[in-house]
Every structure is written in C-alpha cells, then in structure tokens.
Design a protein around this ligand. Structure first.
Ligand code: WT7
Length: 649
C-alpha cells in the first residue's frame, strides 16, 4: 500500500491490487449497482458457489412482511459441513492445511489437513448420533479455543443438529440461562482451559449447572488440562473414549436451506439474551461471499482471525467462511500478552500469516505496551489487515497500518453484527482509497441507509439510525422461542427495514461512518453486554435496591462499566460491600462484565413512568456538570442530580 495521499486517504499498492477480487472503483460500482438492480438474482448467483445436493428452490426469496418472516433458497438442499470439508477433499485439497491449531504453549500446535479434519468431524458426528442426537436437536457447546470446538460445530452441521456455543469465559449462571432457553440434549465441554498460564475450571461449572433441572442428557468432556473432575455416571463421558467406539464414516444429512444451522445468543437491552437463529443455506452463502470479497484470500495464504469461536466473528470468520472457501485458518488458544506482550507477532511470524483480522480493543492494548514488541518480529508475510467489533478511531487505524502493516497493508474495517451473520459494510481493499475510521461501502447485494427518527433519510453528514433495506440471506430469521421479540427489536421502528440499532452517517463520497450503539448496550473489549443483564445481577444482592449501569470511555477496552447502586434500608456503604458487588457481577454475568466503578447513590434519576434515565447517568459518570446534562425537567426528583454529581468517583 502506498502511503497517505493528499486527501489523507490510503490507495492500494499495485501488488496488493493483483490479489484482489475487485480491483477498481469502477468494477465495484458495476458490481454493486448491478446487484441492487436485482438483489434476488444477485444472491442466487452467489449461492451458485455453494455445493447443493439440489438447487431446485421453489422461489429464491419470499418475504411475509406482516409476520416478518422471510426465506432464502427454500427447498434447496445442502449440507454445510460438506461445503466446508468434503467438497475440498474431493477437489484436490485433501492434503492442504484446513486449520492450524496454535495452543497457548508454543510447542502445542497441530496442523489439520482438510482430509484429517473431515475424519475428525465424521467420527465425532457419529458420537453425537450415538448419544441420540437427531436432526433439529440442539447441542450446547462450552469449550475453549481448542480443535474440538470447530470439530463439534462441524459435526453438528453434518448431522443437522443445531449448535449453540456459549463463550468459555461466561459464568455458570450465563450458561444456565442459555441452556434452559435452547434445551439441548447434549452438552460438550472440557475439564478446563488455559488462560495466560493458569488452568481455569470448566467441568466444575457444568456440574453446578446440571444440578438444576435442565434438558441435558449427556455431557461429553474433552481432556484439556488434565484437572481432576467429577464425572457423573450415565451422563458424562470422555471425548477420547467415545471417538474410539464409533464408525469412521458419517454421511452428511441432507438439509433444507431454511433449516437452522445454529443459535447464538446476544445481549439486548432487556437483560434476557436473545438466541438468534441462523439457517444453513442463507448463512453459508453470506459467509462464503463476504469472505471472498473482504479478505482477498489467495491459495497458500495463512489467514488468522483472533476472535473467539464463542462469538459470531469466530463462527463466521474462523470457521464457516474460510473453510467454505477452502482457506487455511489459524485457531489460536492464547491471549495477546502471554507469555509476553509480543505473543501475537511471534505467532504471526512463526506461521507466516498473510491475513490478520482482530478487534480495536486488542489493537489498543497492543499499542499501549509499546512498538518495541512488534519490531522484534518479521511481519513481512502480512498482506492485509482487518478490524471488527467497534469503530476503529483514525489514530489507532494509522498506528495499525504503520506499525503492524508496515505501511504496506490495507485495513478492512468490517461492520456487521451477530444478527447479520456476515460482514455487510467494509471497504473493497483492492479498489478503494481507504479512509481511516470509515467502514466505507456496503458489500454487493446489501443496501444500507441512514434515517432520522421521523423515518426520513438523513442528509449527507447527518447522523441517524442505520438500517439495512430488505432481508439478505445471512440475516437471522428469528429469536429462538420468541419471534415477537425479534419483530419488536428489528422490524417495528420502521417496518420493512432492518433496524441495526447502530448510529451512522454517510459522507459526501457515500462512505459510511459507524457511531456505536444507540441503545444501552455496553461494549467491553468488543463484547456486547446488556446494561440490564448487569443490573439484574446487582439487584440480586441482598443489599441492593436499584442499579443502573452505563458505559464510560476506556482507553483500552473501548468502554468500561460504571454502575450506580442504591441500597436497601439498613445497609451501609463499605469497601467490603463494593467488593461483594463486583464479585456478584463476575459470578453471575462473567469476568468480562467486571464493573470498573461502583457508586453508591441515594437515588437515581427517573421519568414519571419509572424509567431510569441512563442518558443522564452516562453524562454524570463521564464527568459532565449539571448544566451539561440536557433536559432534566421530566425527572420525578431533580434533586438527585446534584447528589449524584457530588458522589461521583
Ligand atoms: C455491534 C455488533 C459482528 C462483529 C462482532 C460483534 C459494533 C461491529 C463494527 C465496526 C463500528 C462495529 C456495532 C454492532 N460493531 N463492528 N467495524 N465499526 N462498530 O458482534 O456482538 O453482535 O456486535 O458491534 O455496534 O452493532 P456483536
């Protein structure tokens, strides 16, 4: 990539352009404008790049606007694991690396060829079958970043079971909530996990959950840390025993395009996580197509996405997108700063990584520790960089570009959501002059638009709500067990337009700038946590009357958690109590949600209908003066404001 031009933009180098699928703005315009003339025909063409057992879908796209239900490729038959494995094995990639596993301990690494990964997936699919798992049954997955995690997901896909991954960092309570919502027959877990040199318990937490009433009949346990664990007879078995007892071949189940592939929970504002439902045909089409256009993968490359498979980024861009494409994907168990601050770069140098995809929070953390950690390594193999999870501010963008990318690698700032299943807005890095801080343009087939509250289009530069016009193939179809919630959250504010919940603006060149969530969700280190989920945890403490949680800016994590708590009569503020409250949140929601600050307050600002005004609390937590709070006339008791400002920490 040539350096910044006179406009402060970054055009692609000729070398990079050669790798790209879309090599000029003109080509993008032709492709994009063509796709919007007939989006249905465009997506049908993208779907051709997937292997179908039958392409006889009745209609490519149906949309019942009253019920907010839509289908893509319904009646088409396929299997996602077949697309990620068999088709490559049959096409000469049998001995090509599908997945490079790099453990936290550097000597713990293993390369799985496509042939070998298929072998592991078939065996484990048969284990699931032997436990009675059938097409449509749910399988809960609570595993660290080890090969058995992707193997489990692909095995589910193979037999038509619906996987539901719970991030390994979540506490038992969070796992319980999700397990009781999706009622899995089988749960796959491990004895423990490694994190920054420490052994973390997992099986103990699972045992705790299963003491309560759940649907789980069988637990399959991977031996990872060798920790002593309690195995329940007739319920728990070891993965390594199970796989020796089953046949090696497992034919892929024939799935309808609209059959669910997986559920993934995301936090909302109500506190109850929503299980978003993704389907086989639409999801894999979106994953494949976006992977192709965004990452410009060239055969032989090593592609590394540092996300956890427990989040949508890991689902789509560690697993399904790259494998559907026949790429080599790196699965990394560790963290950026263990054993030392250069761990990412040591891994990148070791495996000669070509494409590197991470989150702004990781970039900020690495930047903070100093450039000398990066300079120790030869990163000349890297050809392109990408970012996801939060807006990446221009300063951090330029640092990422210069220090990690050596000034030669373009950056794809990719915008999308758990709901959308795949990237929707990202620059075509082989074509565009990049603008630091902007995710730039929608991918072909995607029409994004920004509207004001009154549903009129925002003018150039004016910020408003970001919508996606019309359903596209990889958009979640519903919320598990709660279609009403799905309709209310995404389709009610402006019927017929998908509400993203993000603020955005479009500049004079038609480039998109993302402005973060418009609701109360807090984004800690790129992970969305519902304010209400944390509040619910605090209120469960015997001393707490009320709680309100707001984000405050945090240099490393993007946002940190600031909590206001009022106490029940008879309780008094103390350091010990504050510690208990922090632990309460850690235990119920998980360590990711650890509050940075707890302010004990006399009262909270409320509207007459009893709604806590987080808008005001956010400003108070952020350091605003009384006169900077905006309209406070709707408050029941305006007197609380000065007390809150006085008590600010
Ligand atoms: C929310 C989705 C799917 C990616 C991982 C997070 C924010 C994501 C960007 C970006 C600005 C971004 C949005 C979005 N977000 N990528 N490139 N620029 N904001 O998935 O947990 O479902 O969160 O993350 O606010 O709505 P998620």
């Amino acid at each position: 990539m040539t350096p910044e031009n006179s406009k402060g933009h970054y055009p692609p180098s000729d070398d990079y352009r050669k790798r790209a699928f879309v090599k000029s703005v003109k080509d993008y315009d032709t492709l994009y404008n063509g796709s919007l003339k007939d989006p249905v025909a465009y997506w049908a063409k993208e779907a051709e790049q997937i292997d179908w057992f039958s392409k006889d879908w009745e209609e490519t796209f149906t949309w019942n606007k009253e019920e907010n239900r839509f289908t893509w490729f319904k009646g088409g038959k396929l299997n996602v694991s077949y697309n990620c494995l068999d088709r490559h094995v049959n096409n000469g990639l049998k001995n090509t690396a599908a997945m490079i596993f790099q453990g936290e301990n550097d000597s713990d690494a293993k390369v799985y060829t496509y042939g070998e990964l298929l072998y592991e997936v078939e065996r484990f699919a048969n284990v699931l079958k032997s436990k009675g798992v059938k097409k449509g049954d749910r399988v809960a997955v609570y595993l660290p970043m080890i090969p058995e995690l992707p193997i489990t997901l692909l095995a589910c896909a193979r037999i038509g079971a619906v996987h539901s991954v719970v991030f390994a960092g979540f506490s038992s309570e969070a796992v319980y909530n999700r397990v009781s919502d999706c009622t899995p027959k089988v749960l796959v877990t491990s004895d423990g996990s490694y994190r920054a040199g420490k052994k973390i318990d997992m099986k103990g937490k699972v045992n705790e959950i299963l003491e309560r009433d759940t649907s789980v009949e069988h637990v399959i346990v991977v031996r990872r840390t060798g920790a002593d664990v309690v195995m329940e007879e007739n319920r728990d078995t070891w993965w390594h025993d199970d796989v020796t007892k089953v046949p090696l071949r497992c034919e892929p189940e024939v799935m309808d395009a609209e059959d669910p592939l997986f559920l993934l929970y995301t936090s909302g504002t109500t506190g109850k996580p929503k299980g978003l439902v993704h389907t086989c045909g639409g999801y894999i089409t979106g994953a494949y197509s976006s992977y192709k256009y965004v990452f410009n993968y060239v055969p032989g490359d090593v592609y590394w996405c540092t996300a956890d498979v427990g989040w949508i980024t890991g689902h789509t861009y560690i697993l399904y997108g790259p494998l559907a494409f026949g790429a080599t994907t790196l699965l990394f168990e560790g963290v950026p700063n263990y054993p030392e601050n250069d761990r990412f770069w040591q891994v990148a140098e070791k495996w000669k990584v070509d494409i590197f995809y991470t989150a702004p929070t990781a970039i900020r953390m690495i930047r903070k520790t100093g450039d000398e950690w990066i300079k120790k390594h030869d990163l000349s193999s890297i050809k392109m960089l990408a970012s996801v999870g939060e807006p990446i501010d221009p300063d951090v963008w330029k640092w990422y570009h210069g220090t990690i990318g050596g000034g030669r690698c373009p950056i794809a700032d990719t915008w999308w959501q758990t709901e959308t299943g795949s990237i929707l807005i990202s620059p075509m890095t082989g074509a565009f002059d990049l603008k630091p801080g902007s995710a730039m343009k929608p991918l072909p087939g995607v029409e994004a638009a920004v509207y004001k509250e009154d549903r009129t289009r925002c003018a150039t530069g004016e910020s408003g709500n970001l919508y996606i016009e019309r359903p596209f193939p990889s958009l979640a179809r519903t919320v598990w067990n709660d279609h009403a919630k799905y309709v209310e959250t995404y389709w009610t504010l402006f019927p017929g337009h998908y509400l993203t919940g993000d603020g955005a603006k479009v500049d004079a060149d038609g480039d998109f700038w993302l402005l973060g969530r418009v609701d109360d969700v807090i984004s800690v280190a790129g992970h969305r946590i519902g304010a209400a989920e944390i509040e619910a945890a605090l209120i469960a403490h015997p001393a707490v009357a009320e709680a309100a949680v707001v984000p405050i800016p945090d240099e490393i994590k993007g946002e940190a958690i600031y909590t206001f708590v009022t106490l029940k009569d008879g309780f008094e503020e103390s350091d010990d109590l504050k510690k208990q409250l922090v632990n309460q949140v850690r235990n119920i929601v998980g360590p990711i949600a650890t509050p940075k600050t707890i302010q004990i307050a006399d009262g909270l600002p409320k509207t007459r209908s009893g709604k806590i005004m987080r808008r005001i609390l956010r400003k108070i937590a952020g350091g605003s003066k009384h006169e900077e709070l905006g309209d406070t006339t709707t408050l029941v008791d305006p007197g609380v404001i000065d007390l809150l400002i006085k008590g600010r920490i």
